[in-house]
Write a protein that binds this ligand. Structure first.
Ligand code: KG4
Ligand code: ZN
Length: 339
């Protein structure tokens, strides 16, 4: 069969990203233009600024992705783009650009769900990974435990009832003075701390495989307030390590329970929080103990990128699932019902 070359475009939050991927698995380029520096000034992503930065960068990022891949515009078989969920302004920038690019080049357009993209990041470096498998997607906006029953087919087992795991990392980092983006900073600080120093609660949600992180967040805030009232100095590394351990215990605990129930032979992690060193270590250990294959993308493919969108686009391309020019950005786009 002829090679299929997909251009993937991602702009749902604060990275303008484009990538060229061959046959869904071979990454020919991966260009990511991060806006972290500007949003750091405000302690978090400012949607309006993010949209403007995407508009400024998107053409160059796409051109660079083609150049790095040594392909021309004519070599591209289809244009895949994130159309949700995410920030609406940033989404619309990517969607509008992709529509024009696909239309101008007379190529099919494929709208991709960002969460599906995160799952597909696993296909790029793991040629042996094929559905069915179970996947835990943990990012700044989502915490979803799903079964990938086939390419592009998902069954939702559980999700967060309040904050996403990454959101909790970002909030706690802010209150302990580590700043934005919080996840990587907590990960680093935790290396110097004792995960057993402070006993924070492991949140339980109503549904069997659902998650909750708001109670943990309140417990950390209460701990910080009570230290302040008592005039006690806090240890940032200990708070970071103890908080991180509480999040990881809940993530791994739910995943283990679901793996026992459903008996899947392979398990993958995805999303920004999947680059967390403690989570990767503990999840791999749990999978090894259960005799389950463990898969995770490299850290650069855990956070937002265009390659994961191109990979997801490839499997839609094979099924002939194309979008027309009415494709729109949808801030709360669902992956599979009941979210
Ligand atoms: O997947 P992603 O790039 O964007 C969304 O789709 O949300 O995830 C970003 C999230 C942020 O909340 C960030 O703090 C978190 O992933 N994150 C981490 C780490 N690296 C990024 N959280 C914990 N440990 C990390 N090393
Ligand atoms: Zn993401």
């Amino acid at each position: 069969m002829k090679d299929v070359i997909i251009l993937g475009i991602e702009s749902s939050c604060d990275e303008t990203a484009a990538s060229v991927v061959k046959n869904g698995r071979e990454m020919l380029s991966n260009v990511i233009s991060s806006q972290i520096d500007i949003h750091t000034l405000y302690g978090g992503v400012v949607p309006e600024i993010a949209s403007r930065k995407h508009v400024e960068r998107i053409s160059q990022v796409v051109e660079e992705a083609l150049k790095d891949a040594s392909v021309s515009r004519e070599d591209i078989d289809a244009v895949a783009v994130t159309n949700g969920p995410g920030l609406i302004g940033p989404l619309l920038t990517g969607v509008s650009f992709a529509k024009a690019y696909a239309y101008g080049g007379n190529r099919p357009l494929i709208g991709i769900n960002h969460i599906e993209g995160h799952v597909c990041a696993n296909y790029i470096e793991n040629p042996e990974l094929k559905p069915p498998f179970m996947c835990l997607i943990v990012s700044g906006g989502h915490t979803h435990l799903v079964r990938v029953t086939d390419y592009g087919e998902y069954t939702l087992l559980g999700r967060t009832m309040d904050d996403a795991a990454g959101e909790a990392f970002d909030k706690i980092a802010r209150v302990i003075g580590l700043g934005y983006p919080g996840g990587p900073k907590i990960d680093k600080a935790a290396n110097e701390g004792d995960p057993e120093a402070i006993s924070f609660p492991r949140g339980h949600a109503k549904g069997e495989y659902d998650f909750s992180f708001s109670g943990l967040k309140s417990a950390v805030l209460n701990y910080l307030n009570s230290c302040e009232m008592k005039g006690e100095k806090i240890s940032v590394p200990d708070v970071a390590a103890s908080f991180q351990k509480a999040v990881v215990d809940v993530l791994v605990g739910n995943a283990e329970k679901a793996l026992r129930e459903y008996g899947d032979k392979n398990f993958a992690i995805a999303g920004g929080v999947a680059s967390n060193s403690a989570f990767r270590r503990e999840m791999e250990k749990a999978c090894n103990e259960m005799g389950v294959g463990f898969f995770r993308p490299s850290p650069v493919l855990c956070t937002d990128n265009g390659a994961m969108i191109a990979s997801a686009g490839y499997y839609r391309f094979l099924k002939g699932e194309f979008s027309d020019l009415s494709l729109n950005g949808v801030a709360d786009l669902q992956l599979c019902g009941d979210q």
